[in-house]
Write a protein that binds this ligand. Sequence first.
Ligand SMILES: [Zn+2]
Length: 382
Amino acid sequence: MGLIEECPMARREGPGAPATGIQLRPDGAFAFGFGLERDSLSGALVDLSGKSLWQYKRPVEPGERPADTLDSIAAAVRSVLRSPRLRQVRGRTRGLGVAAPGPINLADGTIVGPPEFPGWEKVPVVSWLEAATSLPVLVDNAATAAALGVEWQMLPAHGSFLYCYWGLGIGGGLVIGGEAYRGSTGNVAELGHVVVNENGRPCACGGRGCLEAESSAAAVLRDARQHGQFPNIEAVANAAASIPAVRQLLEKAAHQMAAALVSAVNLTDVPEVIVGGAHFAAVEEIFLPILRSVIEGQVLRRRVAPVTLRTAPVGEEANALGVAALVLHEQLPHNSSTGTHAARDPRSVHADGQAREGRRPPSAKPLQDPPPNEFAGTGGRR
Ligand SMILES: [Zn+2]
């Protein structure tokens, strides 16, 4: 199938013929990933090693019609597939993934009217793009995809982590043992709708005092306009050095985000929290010391083992990379016990709570035997 190739291996001591290694061929398969955000659309074409061969980015104006957004995705895909420079990609492109803000319906591939995302109520992204590109298409939650993109590109130290996306909206992704945990419908780790102020502002989700309504870039930008004219969150962050009230707004947002993250770590017992997002770099200098001191000082597990906090080295493109990884995982043969397509059905989530489609596609490392299941048959071995 052209997916693997031989590779040299170190000569082992002892009898027997020298072993031949095999590894994935980076150019054995390709996938497109697109990240749809409230103010931008990004895209990437990746190979089996996770390397990006093509990237795309454009602003999305408020009120842009979903049909126009989807048209531009289809046009970008067609132009790549026609490009002489990327001739090797034709015939080996396995599909196209779209990462979108939740809530989404994994089973039928629709976006279900995300808060603050007008016009995207029940948009049939999968069927529309399949017809326009003739490629298999999947849609998934943006923050879950971004968490997988981060996992694919940076290999977190522990394999289990909570990812928090901070931008105009706030989202979360939960990776446990290298696999995305998806809950029962794929709408998991919605950190933006953790309540941090029970008497706070109404939230687009219908609740009140959610983290997203109180502390997102959009919320901070709105509050900062009492103190001056700011076109974006980057301008607000710059003003924090000279206007104490603006600095206090950012510090308050960081404390509310820290409170939500402490609760999330206490619920999940993850050893690592990774924060990223299109606009987080602007506020990092103020946010990170607060997040670090509150999380490290308050999570219950700190007396047993520390929690590390890091920023994601992949920024806005993380969700496009992650959803491309999901395409490769779904479309390539693997020895998952669920098969490839059943896993898209939320009803097929495993008894242990983990659907298998969240697995990171194998990297270009030499193949190894899977690790033994440490929970199987422990009675006899312990
Ligand atoms: Zn909410």
